[in-house]
Ligand binder design. Structure first.
Ligand code: FES
Ligand code: FES
Length: 152
């Protein structure tokens, strides 16, 4: 039995510790906003937060998050910053097919939490692990900048 907090709620899972966190989130918890892309920590589609830090859920064993706080795209909007980033994504009309975007938003929120006013190189570095086949990178940068320039 593995216990964790998922999007603010306690969760007990009867699962093997080696199960990838992504499987637990999607198949056991039923939260399908977090996507499977490469399965090899290369594309960022599966990005969630563990104790506030972005991690690749496809390569994170469930046992390693026991007792920790996991936030997915379904829960990140409960924070003020998460809500601002999601609003900026809508305002900038970022998504094309949308497949990569929950991971993109999770990485962007983590970046802005760490660096409230990132410059271009800091944005590129923080977002470099999130691949978008539709090429929405310019809009992603614009959305991140629109949040970073908002008055607190
Ligand atoms: S599915 Fe996890 S990084 Fe690609
Ligand atoms: S919006 Fe289609 S892969 Fe990024």
């Amino acid at each position: 039995m593995i216990e964790l907090t998922l999007n603010g709620k306690p969760l007990r899972l009867d699962a093997e510790g080696e199960m990838p966190l992504l499987w637990a989130v999607r198949d056991l918890a039923g939260l399908t906003g977090t996507k499977y892309g490469c399965g090899m920590a290369l594309c960022g589609a599966c990005t969630v937060h563990v104790d506030g830090e972005p991690v690749r859920a496809c390569q994170t064993p469930l046992a390693s998050v026991a007792g920790k706080t996991v936030t997915t795209i379904e829960g990140v909007g409960a924070t003020e910053l998460g809500r601002k980033v999601q609003s900026a994504w809508v305002a900038a009309d970022v998504p094309q097919c949308g497949y990569c975007q929950s991971g993109q938003v999770m990485s962007a929120v983590a970046l802005l939490r760490r660096i409230p006013r990132p410059d271009d190189s800091q944005i590129d570095e923080a977002m470099s692990g999130n691949i978008c086949r539709c090429g929405t990178y310019a809009r992603i940068r614009a959305a991140i900048k629109s949040v970073s320039t908002q008055e607190a």
